[in-house]
Ligand binder design. Structure first.
Ligand code: BGC
Length: 599
């Protein structure tokens, strides 16, 4: 899989312009309830500002009746604010009044669907945000952005006679859950399932028994994995039922299953391409999700918390890796246009979420991919869209997972985005490159708030995959770098020792991260090991196989890179087998560089 995505054009322009003088960008999310019952919408307006100019991204989510054509209107508070160039809508401005009329391809918005548009603008004096928006002429007076969860209602309202729209606040937490309902955090005080197949591989490497009893993800990475695939390089003979039965035998309280077989999988890379072609959504539903749902729904497993990790590295590709972005691919265009990812994820959520003891966590990339303004809000919007697709609702989503199969550090104690060196923000260092985050914990917590502001339940929890983000060993810095320049400061102090944040394949120097732990920080349900340490991200040279896996040069240590990793070396380990296959040399190195260290 490939887990860093190229910055899009506008963001790059903003970053360069911002290097001279950066003014704080702003985010405002305005839940809009129109006076007319039929038109209800949610508008988020995010800007990235620099002296005299800015980029605005606007996501319109339809939470009312289906829209067939829309016209967004708002008024700039300041007379000097201008739209200079817009995209994904037909823009016009008269005085301070701005309108954006849909394009032919994004005019239809089903209930729950959203679309993202944007523009470059200019300002002088100040660049305040509009305070209200209209859709189709209906004035929508906004509230303040929901930066914190609203308190539960103090009075008990009678039950609504019709189903509330998906963005309606969830029931107050003070109401006891009905019998059989899900718990808030399925990891809390619960014993996790240890996959015997991974345990055996871990114990085949000297010292592996120190971590071999750790719960790791069970990856259903092909249809045949549901029943077990003894002949595959990356799965053992155990199928889904075997794992669930073994979980009962272990008296485990939760098991982590990875749903990973979308049509046109890994659309922006090659190493984890799968068996289903881009147009095989019907097979995904009938031959993959339906049989998994039938097994997970077996009453014999009803007391086991089945945690599904849904489709790693999929949905944000629709924002960052279509061909409108530098380095984008036609395959990402295809799966965006035909709905394979959005409809596929929606179907998985709906089918699996209907089982009372199932907990769905959707993949949400990582900070080195989505941490830029142009990627952050739009990716949250696409996740929200998928949660409402194929008959699903946000109620089927228990939370999100970040950093699966990536190497981003959990915390960067000596290089924080808020630091500055000689009056210059460290965000302008090469390593951070204007990202709003420099570690996974801060990103996960902020992204959670963004998701809630877009209509997800305010009780959602985040998971952070810490299987390979430890960055310990002799090269781990113990203090910030010298203050001679922002680059010296950040490069000297960062614990993530990768050559570039865009590197994602079998990274040299990485270590095991935090051992799995429930409720470690606010908003975080758990640190987890979903990518089983020691399983390869991709082969370092072409290896013929029957699994659909391609050869991605980002896994080749001799590769000197491309636009997506700033034309740097890949930083990958040599002699790696295909993705998912056991790579003992990597496992040994991960143990050596573990942080916290292994005793
Ligand atoms: C591979 C899968 C594998 C998973 C876990 C992915 O990169 O594509 O085949 O099951 O990693 O190792």
């Amino acid at each position: 899989m490939n887990v860093w995505r190229k910055l899009s054009g506008p963001r790059r322009a903003v970053a360069l312009a911002g290097a001279s003088a950066l003014v704080a960008g702003g985010l405002v999310t305005i839940p809009v309830t129109a006076a007319h019952a039929a038109t209800q919408c949610d508008v988020s307006y995010t800007t990235n500002d620099w002296q005299g100019g800015f980029t605005a991204n606007i996501t319109i989510t339809n939470i009312g009746d289906p829209l067939n054509g829309w016209n967004l209107g708002f008024t700039f508070p300041d007379a000097n604010q201008r739209v200079t160039q817009g995209w994904s809508a037909r823009w016009s401005q008269s005085g301070r009044n701005v309108t954006a009329q849909n394009e032919s391809y994004n005019g239809s918005l089903a209930r729950g669907a959203s679309t993202t548009i944007g523009f470059n603008g200019s300002w002088s004096g100040s660049n305040p945000r509009p305070t209200s928006f209209t859709i189709n002429g209906v004035t929508c007076n906004g509230g303040t952005p929901p930066t914190t969860a609203p308190p539960p209602p103090t009075t008990t309202a009678p039950p609504p006679t019709t189903a509330p729209p998906p963005t309606t606040a969830p029931p107050p937490t003070t109401t006891p859950p009905p019998a059989g309902a899900k718990v808030d955090n399925p990891y809390l005080n619960a014993r996790g399932y240890v996959n015997p197949e991974w345990k055996a591989k871990a114990e085949s490497v000297s010292g592996g028994n120190r971590v071999s009893n750790t719960p790791t993800g069970v990856w259903l990475d092909r249809i045949a994995a549901i029943n077990g695939t003894p002949d595959s390089q990356s799965n053992g003979p155990m199928g889904l039922r075997d794992h669930l039965d073994e979980a009962l035998r272990q008296n485990a309280q939760y098991i982590q299953i990875v749903i990973y077989n979308l049509p046109g999988r890994d659309c922006s890379a090659l190493a984890s391409n799968g068996e289903l072609k881009a147009d095989e959504l019907p097979r995904y539903k009938a031959e993959y999700i339906d049989p998994i749902a039938a097994i997970q729904g077996d009453a014999k497993y009803r007391n086991l918390r089945i945690i599904n990790i849904i489709e790693i590295d999929s949905l944000p590709n629709l924002v960052t890796n279509t061909t409108g972005n530098a380095g984008g691919t036609v395959m990402c265009d295809t799966v965006k246009a035909n709905g394979a990812y959005v409809q596929g994820v929606g179907y998985a959520l709906a089918k699996l979420g209907a089982i009372p003891n199932v907990y769905n966590y959707i993949d949400a990339g990582h900070h080195g991919w989505l941490g830029w303004d142009t990627n952050f809000g739009p990716s949250a919007a696409v996740l929200r869209e998928a949660a409402g697709a194929s008959g699903s609702t946000v109620a089927n989503v228990h939370g999100f997972i970040v950093n699966t199969a990536n190497y981003s550090a959990l915390r960067e104690p000596y290089a924080k985005v808020t630091d500055s060196v000689n009056g210059q923000t460290v965000r302008q260092s090469k390593w951070i490159d204007w990202n709003q985050y420099n570690d996974e914990l801060s990103f996960a917590q902020a992204f959670r708030q963004e998701l809630i502001s877009r209509g997800f339940d305010r009780n959602i929890g985040m998971l952070i995959d810490t299987s390979r983000n430890g960055w310990g060993g002799p090269n781990r810095p113990t203090a910030a770098g010298p203050t001679t320049s922002v680059d010296a400061y950040v490069d000297g102090g960062r614990v993530d020792r990768r050559i570039h944040k865009g590197n994602w394949c079998n990274q040299a120097g990485a270590g095991l991260g935090e051992r799995p732990k429930a409720a470690p920080e606010p908003g975080i349900d758990a640190y987890v090991w979903i990518k089983p340490p020691g399983e390869s991200d991709g082969s370092s040279r072409e290896i013929p196989n029957n699994d659909g896996k391609g050869f991605d040069r980002m896994c080749d240590p001799t590769y000197t890179g491309n636009a997506r990793n700033g034309n740097n070396r890949s930083g990958a380990l040599a002699d790696a087998p295909i993705s998912g296959a056991w790579f003992p040399a990597q496992f040994a190195e991960l143990m050596r560089n573990a942080y916290p260290p292994l005793s």
